[in-house]
Ligand binder design. Sequence first.
Ligand SMILES: [Zn+2]
Length: 293
Amino acid sequence: MLVTAACAAPIASYGEQLANKLFGAKTDASDQNPMPIGTYAKGCSAGAVQLPETGPTWQAMRLSRGRNWGQPEMIAYLQDLSREAVKVGWKGLYIGDISQPRGGPMTSGHSSHQIGLDADVWMLPPSSLKLSRAQRESISSIPVRSSDQRSVTKNWTRSHALLLKAAASDARVDRIFVAAAVKIEMCKTAKASDTPWLQKIRPIYGHDTHFHVRLKCPSGASNCQTQKPTVATLSKGGNGCDETLQWWVTDYLNPPKAKPSTKPKKPTPRKRGPRDYTMADLPNQCKNVLASR
Ligand SMILES: [Zn+2]
């Protein structure tokens, strides 16, 4: 059927309004079929579902932020992972930010987490799964990476390594971001058979108190783009325990001095980030996600 512009549903014009303000104001999911739209750092989330605030093996943290929403695949994955956590000796999981009810750019924090397929999981093993809302605002996770970024702390345990292995072994997972020191620690005991899952554990700055799970686009999610390059490409088919990992504790921390330049320095313009996006920067379908009941 040919749909002309004249008979298409009218869509509000959002002009120069910031997308993070528009999406940040939504308190419930769009009344649409589930669909992650766009890319992890430039998109939105149709038909999201809410992770129940408390379950038998998890609690959602920082409820005031309203970020315990995600695509159904992500919510199911987190519930499954919380049961894996019990197998490594934890009571379950404390789950941090997933996405806003309709995804999109956020007013604070993350640049990704926009399409309902990213989630932060606390490194703090739960002491109780009966925390009140107020307790979930006030307690903090624990750093498993030292403040000089070079090693893990005494908070890092074998159960953390087993949990990350379980998390990354799931076929739904595209990659998991951890502090470089965490991956370096996991590489110390790596065997050849670990390659398929260890390849998915990727070093990044920050992430000292949580790990960040990113799922692949679910099959049939035609409006969703899985991240490129793939983890296989990034690690050249290996486990990623290589010089690109060591870079995080060498040149990243102590950048080699650049040769003095005789040319006068041009001021570099500030890079536009997700908090600068208007609706025109996001995939067109995100207007429908915003406008939906
Ligand atoms: Zn994250």
